[in-house]
Design a protein around this ligand. Structure first.
Ligand SMILES: *[C@@H]1O[C@H](CO)[C@@H](O)[C@H](O)[C@H]1NC(C)=O
Ligand SMILES: *[C@@H]1O[C@H](CO)[C@@H](O)[C@H](O)[C@H]1NC(C)=O
Ligand SMILES: *[C@@H]1O[C@H](CO)[C@@H](O)[C@H](O)[C@H]1NC(C)=O
Length: 298
């Protein structure tokens, strides 16, 4: 074989090997640590299936990815607690550790049997949050697994459910709106007890005779720029700078905005299923409306 052909073949083989590793390796055993109450986590199918259980009002469970990262995409498929899930909260989020943290949240607030879950979203940058939006799911999230994705790049953060964007938070740092750019995050998921406030404002309590409450997981996929500095002073670090360069897949110009199709999907979803929007709330209550509320969020 000629030299260049050999090189091409070697590259093809190497790429195939990496893809295969990616598939085989994308399980909870390899990707995650159980950082809170590991006795309530159960991994089966060689780490491809995970369940996190809530057993009592002082227990719960949490997983954290081994990787820390700045930018990229994290997906996980979850089947939420079935039946009477009142007072339970299942979370799925990315967060930095330490002071003035950055965080991108999904929280799934349980409900009485037959009543809808609430999908809660929020974002913190430089420790500043209070940017909540809540949605009703347009499907039963306890009936089978659904795919929840956090996409984060220098232009925008997108929350996706089954590949449908439900929310965008754009980077308006140049207009004074804090945006996460330099604190490495982990991805986390947890289940915990919050009967004081979670369901119908705390009116409906958890029925502990139904415990344990199980959230089931499959297919965690991290497609991220690894960056493992631990604190907030990474601003000038080579790792934060390296993750912000335009050669990364997530930094492609076409990923700086939703596609027209995605925008139509998001608008339809928000029109039909938004139950709380911090911008609308501030306006309605005559409070100071955050500056990003009058800027495009797509
Ligand atoms: C948790 O449950 C125990 C036993 O039922 C009860 O005594 C305790 O007050 C509960 N704690 C909270 C914070 O609700
Ligand atoms: C979950 O959704 C993301 C974003 O659309 C997609 O890239 C990923 O392949 C999906 N995962 C699964 C297991 O379908
Ligand atoms: C639970 O169901 C009630 C009644 O449909 C609804 O008002 C509430 O928003 C739902 N979700 C939560 C988390 O309470």
């Amino acid at each position: 074989m000629e030299g260049p052909a050999k090189v091409v073949l070697a590259v093809v083989v190497a790429v195939a090997a990496v893809l295969e590793l990616g598939l085989v390796g994308a399980n909870f055993q390899d990707q995650c640590d159980i950082t809170w109450q590991p006795q309530n986590a159960k991994m089966t199918e060689g780490g491809n299936h995970l369940s996190l259980s809530l057993v009592s009002n002082s227990s719960g469970c949490m997983l954290r990815t081994k990787k820390q990262f700045i930018y990229g995409s994290v997906s996980i498929r979850i089947q939420l607690v079935k039946g009477n899930s009142a007072g339970t909260v299942t979370t799925y989020y990315t967060s930095s550790i330490g002071d003035k943290h950055d965080e991108i949240d999904f929280e799934f607030l349980g409900n009485e049997t037959g009543q809808p879950y609430t999908f809660h979203t929020n974002v913190f940058a430089d420790g500043v949050g209070a940017k909540e939006m809540q949605f009703r799911p347009w499907f039963d999230p306890t009936d089978g697994f659904h795919n929840y994705t956090i996409f984060w790049n220098p232009c925008m953060i997108v929350w996706l459910v089954d590949s449908i964007p439900i929310r965008v938070f754009r980077n308006y740092e140049d207009k004074g709106v804090p945006y996460p750019t330099h604190r490495p995050m982990y991805a986390f998921s947890s289940i915990w007890a919050a009967e004081d406030w979670a369901t119908q404002g705390g009116r409906v309590k958890t029925d502990w005779t139904k415990a344990p409450f199980d959230a089931e997981y499959r297919d965690i996929a991290l497609n991220v720029c690894e960056c493992s500095e631990s604190s907030g002073d990474a601003a000038s670090s080579s790792c934060a700078q390296g993750c912000a360069t335009p050669d990364h897949w997530y930094a492609a110009p076409e990923l700086c905005k939703l596609t027209d199709r995605q925008l139509r999907q998001m608008r339809a979803m928000q029109l039909g299923y938004t139950i709380y929007d911090y911008c609308a709330d501030a306006t309605a209550k005559g409070r100071l409306v955050p500056p990003e509320c009058s800027m495009d969020q797509y």
